[in-house]
Design a protein around this ligand. Structure first.
Ligand code: NDP
Length: 453
């Protein structure tokens, strides 16, 4: 039998790659992981974690305003951006070290170098070493994409740079209408930056439930974000220390920064995938089967590089399933249905299951239950902000197919609703659940009237 240096070589030490390496190691495999930047991947280093820390930071501006209604005086409040960035970086360093410790404790070897394929069992490292492995896992993630032919694209930053800005601009243009654009618009706006969101479509958050999209649009405008929909940037020019942004409707904006959040592309460039015969999808993702196996028998891929459902817990689950399948003797395919997700917009969104539109395409009879209300705390603050909750129910068997929430705590609620929906809960189960008072979540189990429009 052919001898290899390792049983498994993982390219990329992000969420998916690290989980796969640790579990494969626990199954007795000899594992190495190559990483050319920092251990932890997008989520830890320049994604979910620092973003959520920024979201927390940005909540305080409203919290200080709202505190007045509860009797607090808050005249001396101030905000220092460099302190936030420094403290965020300390936390990321801590997590980075914890990832390294956990990886090494599992027995996997960490190699800080870029790795590219030589052949289907061999990778070449940047330092000239060649390493062979029975299996190779591609877990290289994805990177922000700025449209290639946009004049002045080099003047745009992406979320990568937004985490390290030396100072906050007075004004920022954010381009895109997806998760990242919407989340950063909320962060910057609440930190006091004049924020313009430019989106090419008619309504932000394509693919989400229409009620969520409409509700968030209204709330973002109320908070002062300037939303320019149906608008595409055609040119970016330097203007003083900032930029001048020209759109296809001839609108021109001056801003300190322009940030692009127009999607992410899988990191496949330069890996030599064509040389080893790994097929890609039309969107440059590694094409895989239900077990994350690529078109080459011993090469697998997990996480954003496969562009299935680009969420950290999904990458982790895919990495774990891969390791169990290949080294643990249990064939496990990841179920990508009913995955809860959140958009940490302001107010935040939590959602799981089918949108009303998607449900209507799949099921002949759909019942809708929804409610919109002012969160209890705002009865004292005077803030004009409303929450929305919506259940999408299969009218033929009463099963809850989707649940969509916008308002404080939406993400936490969606996590637990994911359990109910995964377990096949019916509307009758929701009705039979006792309310927990006073909470926002109790609205979910007390909606009795079908929405008739
Ligand atoms: P998304 O795919 O969510 O959104 C991309 C946005 O950019 C869309 O509004 C899209 O418009 C627009 N767009 C695409 N190409 C162009 C272009 N050439 N010109 C102008 N606009 C364009 O990507 P994000 O970058 O926001 O996020 C990437 C992924 O990261 C998400 O899909 C998500 O899976 C993950 N993520 C998850 C988070 C979470 O769980 N909270 C947070 C952040 C990211 P259109 O709708 O018209 O296509």
């Amino acid at each position: 039998m052919t001898q290899y240096d390792y049983d498994l070589f993982v390219i990329g030490a992000g969420s998916g790659g690290v989980r796969a390496a640790r579990i494969a190691s626990q199954h007795g495999a000899k594992v190495a992981v190559a990483e050319d930047y920092r251990v932890g991947g997008t989520c830890v280093i320049r994604g979910c974690v620092p973003k959520k820390l920024f979201v927390y930071a940005s909540h305080y501006s409203e919290a200080f305003e709202d505190a007045v209604g509860f009797g607090w005086t808050t005249e001396k409040v101030g905000f220092d951006w460099p302190t936030l960035v420094e403290n965020k970086d300390k936390e990321i360093d801590r997590l980075n070290k914890a990832y390294i410790r956990n990886l090494e404790a599992s027995g996997a070897e960490l190699i800080m170098a870029r790795a590219v394929f030589e052949d289907r069992h061999t990778v070449a490292l940047a330092d000239g070493r060649r390493i062979s492995a029975r299996y190779v896992l591609i877990a290289t993630g994805a990177a922000p994409f700025v449209p290639l032919h946009l004049p002045g694209r080099e003047l745009a930053i992406t979320s990568n740079e937004a985490f390290h800005l030396e100072r906050l601009p007075q004004r920022i243009c954010i381009v895109g209408g997806g998760y990242i654009a919407v989340e950063f618009a909320g962060i910057f706006n609440n930190l006091g930056v004049e924020t313009i969101l430019i989106y090419r479509g008619e309504k932000i958050l394509r693919g989400f439930d229409e009620d969520l999209r409409d509700h968030l649009t209204k709330e973002m405008k109320k908070k002062g974000i300037e939303l320019r929909t149906g608008c595409d940037v055609v040119k970016i020019e330097r203007s003083g220390s900032g930029v001048r942004v020209t759109c296809n409707d001839d609108a021109v904006f001056g801003a300190g920064q322009i940030m692009y959040a127009t999607g992410r592309i899988p990191n496949v460039m330069g890996l030599n995938l064509e040389k080893v015969g790994v097929e890609l999808t039309p969107h440059y993702a590694v094409k895989v089967d239900a077990y994350s196996r690529s078109s080459v028998e011993n090469i697998y891929a997990v996480g954003d590089v496969t562009n299935r459902l680009n969420l950290t817990p999904v990458a982790i689950r895919e990495g774990h399933a891969f390791a169990d399948t290949v080294f643990g003797g249990r064939n496990i395919a990841v179920d990508h249905s009913n995955v809860p997700s959140a958009v940490f917009a302001q107010p935040e969104i939590g959602t799981v299951g089918l949108s009303e539109a998607a449900a209507r395409e799949l099921h002949p009879k759909i019942d809708i239950y929804k409610t919109s209300f002012r969160p209890m705390r705002h009865t004292m603050t005077g803030r004009d902000e409303r929450s929305l909750m919506k259940l999408v129910v299969d009218g033929s068997n009463d099963q809850v197919l989707g649940c969509h929430i916008i308002g404080p705590g939406a993400a936490e609620m969606a996590q637990l609703l994911g359990l109910a929906i995964k377990a096949g809960a019916t509307k009758a189960d929701f009705d039979a659940t006792m309310a927990l008072h006073p909470t926002a979540g109790e609205e979910l189990v007390t909606m009795r009237q079908k929405w008739t429009g």
